[in-house]
Design a protein around this ligand. Structure first.
Ligand SMILES: [Zn+2]
Length: 461
């Protein structure tokens, strides 16, 4: 789905090296290593080139007591060039073995990359299956943007944005390479494992329970979850969809009020943004306050504590803005957070609170003299600031200002076209500006320049 242009110069340079280094491979002059990056400006090491993943089948066995994860990741991909070797993003437990199409493959693991050299080159256009076996202690990423597999007392809280997915499975870790997923997760009896999509089965053997989940819609790796622990899991039907609500008993009381609003939130956003893009809905409410955030994991957002209805509205809106339509590069993160925040404001208005217009007016007034409030500009906040308040609040203010400039009907038509035209794909800020201009028939470059890229309050507002 809409992968960025291959880095032809790099690939060409590498292909010469590969031709010299790989004698004995038939047609070796055409086989080259896949690029070890997808070229994202914020995360220059994220993602890989030379192939496109179609499906991940993840078999996971987790022991919370030992914080030990045993995994088998079967990855089906199509080569987009003649491949002599390729890499996967991976920062998880120790790799025990790798095979490609059933044959053992040479591999090395360093600096977050698992490099795989199959016994023979893979021709462009060929589909191939890579199986990676791994086992050991599992940890989230370190540093400012902690993400991935967070061990908890009774299981794990699993949320991958932005670079946490490789802590628990090898993948092509960039939103531009979406794939379908299957999950077989085994946990101690009495615990539950919750992943994306629909629950296919659960079965018990030898004191352990295996949960099988299946996500048939394209999903970016960072939106996958396999959260597990002591949960009450209830299934119901909401807006004609299966709904899975998993609640840690310690958060049951505090989350009841918010969770009751999920059906109304979903129905309201469907009427506003168009058809809900996925096969199920729900929520995972864990007791993991040390994590410090919730994430819009696809279909079923994961909350680190009891959410209120505004946070539920935010994560539910992300199913359209972020999950179905994902960022083509991380610098466009306001397309996720600004939109979900505007949707929060819209839900507050819908339920009798202040209007979105009032929210913008108040912020413009109260924050007029607060220079720090306006920085960094949300359109390109920098990797260290991609989840700063401006990305959310100034992002939402940008949308509300646009709504007031163009009128509510044109604005909603833009949002609906946005989710329809980029469904299950990725898009950029430039794509959004072009769509807003085409739908409104107006020139909006200056509008978006001051709102998204000026590190100061827009002067005429
Ligand atoms: Zn968000």
């Amino acid at each position: 789905m809409g992968r960025p242009a291959p880095r032809r110069m790099l690939v060409a340079a590498l292909s010469i090296a590969a031709a010299l280094a790989a004698p004995g491979v038939a047609g070796a002059q055409n086989f080259a290593p896949g690029a070890d990056t997808i070229g994202d400006p914020y995360f220059p090491t994220a993602g890989n080139g030379g192939y496109d993943v179609a499906h991940y089948d993840l078999t996971l066995d987790y022991s919370p007591r030992r914080e030990r994860l045993e995994g088998v990741a079967a990855i089906t991909a199509t080569a987009t060039q003649d491949l002599s070797r390729f890499s996967l993003d991976y920062s998880g437990p120790k790799v025990a073995g790798v095979s490609v199409d059933g044959a053992p493959a040479a591999h090395s693991h360093a600096n977050g990359k698992l490099t795989v050299t199959p016994p023979a080159g893979i021709g462009a256009g060929a589909q191939f299956a890579t199986v990676v076996d791994y086992a050991g202690k599992v940890r989230p990423t370190k540093g400012r943007l902690r993400a991935g597999w967070f061990p908890t007392r009774d299981g794990a809280f699993v949320a991958g944005e932005p670079r946490g997915a490789p802590t628990w499975f090898p993948c092509n870790d960039h939103p531009t390479d979406k794939a379908t997923f299957g999950f077989h997760i085994t946990v101690p009896a009495g615990r539950k494992a919750i992943a994306n999509g629909v629950l296919v089965s659960q079965s018990r053997a030898a004191g352990r329970t295996t949960f099988v989940w299946r996500e048939d819609d394209p999903m970016a790796p960072y939106l996958a979850t396999a959260t597990n622990g002591r949960f009450r899991l209830s299934e119901s039907t909401v807006a004609g969809l299966p709904s899975y609500v998993a609640v840690d008993p310690r958060e049951a009381r505090a989350s009841r009020r918010g969770l009751r609003k999920l059906p109304a939130i979903l129905e309201h956003f469907q009427s506003l943004f168009g058809e809900y893009p996925f096969d199920s809905t729900g929520a995972i409410v864990d007791h993991a306050p040390f994590v410090g955030y919730a994430l819009e994991t696809q279909n079923i957002p994961v909350y680190d504590r009891a959410p209120d209805e505004v946070i539920i509205a935010h994560e539910t809106a992300h199913q359209w803005f972020g999950d179905s339509v994902s960022v083509a590069r991380w610098s466009d993160i306001w397309l996720n957070e600004g939109f979900a925040t505007w949707a929060e404001w819209n839900w507050i208005e819908r339920t009798g609170g202040p209007t979105t217009a009032r929210a913008l007016r108040d912020l413009l007034k109260i924050r007029a003299g607060d220079r720090r409030f306006w920085r960094p500009a949300p359109g390109d906040p920098g990797p260290k600031h991609m989840f700063d308040g401006t990305v959310y609040v100034r992002g939402a203010m940008t949308l509300e200002a646009l709504r007031q400039q163009l009128g509510a009907d044109v604005f909603i038509a833009i949002l609906r076209r946005w989710v329809a035209e980029h469904r299950y794909g990725t898009a950029t800020t430039e794509d959004f500006i072009a769509l807003a201009e085409s739908e409104s028939g107006r020139e909006l470059d200056e509008f978006f320049r001051v709102w998204l890229f000026d590190p100061a309050k827009p002067k005429s507002w």
